[in-house]
Write a new protein. Structure first.
Length: 218
């Protein structure tokens, strides 16, 4: 076995092509060093491959520089600012979604006509532009109101969400399973909150209509 030693630094079994001199290797481009337990992993390329990789890396850096509107040396800082801005926008959007859901829930509760037993069943199929987080907030807000059940779906992806005020006494998980017996899908939950997804999103509105019918007839 041939071993390669860098005196005072490393000693490894030889696993590469043998060269007469280091001049045959050409330039060496070290791309990354990462800690691996007690050792280090060094990623590098050499020779003509090093030139190609370096050129490609420079092109990527130049593209990023142009997109971010920053000098190449300022790209890392510009990326950090972009990430920070994204996180800030995400928090703002999340807060706005919750407020919109609360407002829409209040409107839905006001317009919903209770049944003879006082139960309000609010069945909605939201369009494909609605986000799942909005669906969660909307359902949770409706379910805070006494004698209220929310039967919600999304036409875009086929998500179903059934929620009730705990005092209603129905079983949302069992209701969801009944719906999946007619329309294929998967999901589950608790007595008060169950969610799932239809295999065919086009059946979302029919699935909600069936859930409402089952509740009324039950």
């Amino acid at each position: 076995m041939r071993a390669i030693e860098i005196e005072g630094a490393d000693l490894q079994p030889c696993g590469g092509t043998h060269v007469k001199s280091t001049a045959e290797i050409g330039i060496i481009l070290v791309r990354r060093c990462s800690k691996m337990r007690q050792d280090w992993r060094v990623e590098f390329v050499c020779g003509r491959r090093a030139a190609r990789v370096a050129r490609h890396d420079f092109q990527l850096l130049q593209k990023a520089s142009e997109e971010l509107g920053a000098a190449a040396a300022d790209v890392p800082a510009a990326v950090q600012r972009a990430i920070s801005d994204r996180d800030g926008y995400f928090k703002t959007v999340k807060s706005l979604l919750q407020r919109v859901a609360e407002s829409d829930a209040a409107t839905a509760l006001q317009s919903a006509q209770p049944a003879e037993n006082g139960l309000r069943v609010i069945a909605r199929t939201l369009d494909e532009s609605s986000q799942s987080e909005y669906l969660n907030h909307f359902a949770a807000q409706l379910a805070k109101s006494a004698k209220t059940i929310a039967l919600l779906s999304q036409s875009g992806d086929g998500h179903l969400l059934f929620a009730q005020h705990p005092a209603v006494g129905k079983d949302m998980n069992a209701l969801l399973k009944q719906v999946f017996a007619q329309f294929a899908g998967k999901g589950g939950g608790t007595r008060d909150f169950a969610r799932g997804k239809l295999n065919d999103a086009a059946q979302a509105e029919k699935a909600v209509a069936l859930a409402k019918q089952l509740l009324i007839s039950g």
